[in-house]
Design a protein around this ligand. Structure first.
Ligand SMILES: [Zn+2]
Length: 94
């Protein structure tokens, strides 16, 4: 039987091309996070991925979608691992 293909945050249909269990909207927010980390790291003179996520959670300018994704990553070790892998992969290409 096929596993559940709903987004873990909002129950919309999940995007199958992604490793993350998110719908296309939450996935877009997630990809944004991965893309922004490098800039933040430079701006803050080194910032761990976890500190980056915590800052986004506290930031009043972070959008609703981003915050939902961040909360999900911070509360699930497996999602955090995937996030770290995606950051490392991105770092290698830059
Ligand atoms: Zn979703």
């Amino acid at each position: 039987m096929k596993s559940q293909i709903k987004c873990v945050i909002c129950n919309r249909v999940r995007e199958d091309s992604s490793k993350m269990p998110f719908c296309s909207l939450h996935n877009a927010a997630y990809r944004n996070l991965v893309a922004k980390y490098g800039d933040w790291k430079i701006a803050y003179h080194d910032l761990s991925p976890k500190e980056f996520l915590e800052k986004l959670m506290d930031n009043e300018y972070s959008g609703k979608w981003v915050k939902e994704v961040v909360r999900e990553i911070l509360s699930h070790e497996d999602l955090m691992q995937t996030f770290l892998e995606d950051l490392a992969y991105r770092g290698m290409r830059d």
